[in-house]
Design a protein around this ligand. Structure first.
Ligand SMILES: NC(=O)c1ccc[n+]([C@@H]2O[C@H](COP(=O)([O-])OP(=O)(O)OC[C@H]3O[C@@H](n4cnc5c(N)ncnc54)[C@H](OP(=O)(O)O)[C@@H]3O)[C@@H](O)[C@H]2O)c1
Length: 429
């Protein structure tokens, strides 16, 4: 192929810095692999004077990131600023309109504006790539859009947020409370000062929306995802779960079938012997199930300079080799996808109740369950100090979510219930 692929990088933080380091360190290898050099010709960040520990000599600096879109020495813009709107969105749009391919690690942007930007890229005959936006270093977008392209996929699920997985793993290993471990994660730089995007499940939902659209070819639909975070998980639940043979993980799950598409993000009890239950700390994992291939499992680091730069580099290599096909393709002609809600989802449940110790308690709880056809599978009870409420835990057989929630609402109103019931869904992957 012709001369070097000239790259403009917007954002020189964790990921942007990592990309420059990777292209420097592995430049010769990459040139050999794609038959041409990938060369950073221009960059932009907020603070020009910051020492970033990366060589910027000979590279043009733009105070205004938008200038990368009109720089004649830039073929591809790499957006690593972040945020669903604002400068990141403006830059991506301007670059595509200027006929430049774009690589981004920005899941919020793709989850919110992906379809519009993908359509613009297609009209312009350029590429929009976002491997780094989902599961960091795991090449899952490529696996879904190319490696598994011969399959009809029915389900995709995964641990997509390293911060939550780190917190849940630490809570399990140390018995410490959520707030405690979160504070430590913030000190270590694993969690943001405002952790809500991570711990409330929104980041996982952004990634799930992207994965589902790539996997199923359905319209990207972030708004209809059911999202529940991990703030309510306690060490006691982790302990009870272990006693029952489970571990607790925050999982994004998308299923696609004749009835439609269900996308949900919530903590799950997962059988301890399943592959996904063994994914610890900041690691991510994705499981994709196809009709011919069966189950495929991918695991790796979901964040950090190196893994994320690795994903950005893969997209650049693809573009350098001339591959500009759409990854977020428009839905197949005539295909309609109904978005399903949780209400009709059939599942199993873990419920922990804290009750005042008095006669007739079990009978009243059993009546509330019976009236909604909820059938109990296991029951564990833990005696507390005298006069203290008693904790007991039950697991259920499969039942529709709406029925389970109605039974729980009735149980929560019973006079001997000392605390709001804790409910966690059990997933039998
Ligand atoms: N960190 C990860 O592990 C990870 C993993 C996967 C995906 N991502 C995604 O990658 C993107 C970047 O994340 P990051 O962790 O690298 O963020 P970061 O460390 O906060 O870096 C952001 C960069 O953007 C620059 N910036 C901010 N506003 C700007 C503006 N108006 N014009 C030009 N530059 C501007 C900052 O400049 P200064 O340095 O001068 O302040 C900084 O260099 C985000 O979309 C994120 O979601 C990150």
């Amino acid at each position: 192929m012709s001369g070097p692929l000239r790259v403009g990088v917007a954002g020189l933080g964790t990921v942007g810095g990592g990309v420059l380091q990777l292209l420097n360190g592995n430049g010769a290898l990459i040139t050999h692999r794609c038959g041409r050099e990938i060369k950073v010709t221009a960059v932009s960040a907020r603070n020009r004077d910051r020492d970033r520990g990366i060589a910027l000599e000979g590279i043009a600096w733009h105070d205004n990131a938008l200038d990368l879109a009109s720089d004649p020495n830039v073929d591809v813009v790499v957006e690593l600023i972040g945020g669903a709107d604002g400068i990141a969105a403006e830059l991506v749009e301007a670059a595509l309109k200027a006929g430049k391919s774009v690589v981004t690690g920005n899941k919020a942007l793709i989850a919110r504006h992906g379809p519009r930007l993908a359509a613009l890229a297609e009209t312009q005959g350029v590429a929009l790539r976002f491997e780094a936006a989902v599961a960091g270093g795991i090449p899952i977008v490529k696996a879904l859009s190319e490696g598994l392209a011969g399959n009809s996929l029915s389900r995709i699920y995964g641990i997509l947020n390293g911060t939550c997985n780190y917190i849940l793993t630490e809570m399990e290993y140390t018995g410490r409370a959520f707030e405690d471990v979160l504070a430590e994660a913030q000190q270590l730089g694993y969690a943001e000062a405002d952790p809500s995007f991570d711990v409330d499940g929104i980041d996982t939902a952004h990634k799930l929306a992207i994965l589902a659209s790539v996997a199923f070819g359905t319209p990207l639909d972030f708004e209809s995802i059911f999202v529940e975070g991990i703030r309510h998980i306690t060490p006691l639940d982790i302990e009870f779960a272990a006693e029952l043979g489970y571990r607790i993980k925050l999982i994004g799950i998308a299923t696609h079938g004749e009835k439609g598409l269900l996308q949900r993000v919530h903590p799950c009890l997962v059988a301890a012997d399943k592959a996904i239950a063994a994914v610890n700390g900041v690691f991510n994992a994705v499981v994709a199930e196809g009709d011919f291939v069966g189950q495929t499992v991918y695991q790796g680091r979901g964040a950090g300079a190196g893994p994320t730069a690795s994903a950005v580099a893969a997209d650049l290599v693809d573009i350098a080799q001339g591959h500009t096909h759409a990854v977020l393709s428009p839905p197949m002609a005539g295909s309609k996808t109904k978005s399903l809600t949780m209400d009709g989802n059939e599942g199993r449940y873990y419920v922990r109740l804290s009750v005042d110790d008095q006669p007739g308690v079990i009978a009243e709880i059993a009546a509330a369950l019976r009236d909604e056809s909820v059938s109990m599978e296991e029951l564990l009870q833990r005696p507390n100090g005298s006069g203290q409420p008693v904790s007991f835990v039950m697991t259920t057989h499969e039942v529709a979510e709406a029925k389970m929630m109605r039974a729980l609402a009735r149980i929560a109103r019973l006079p001997f219930i000392a605390e709001k019931p804790e409910v966690i869904r059990i997933e039998t992957f």
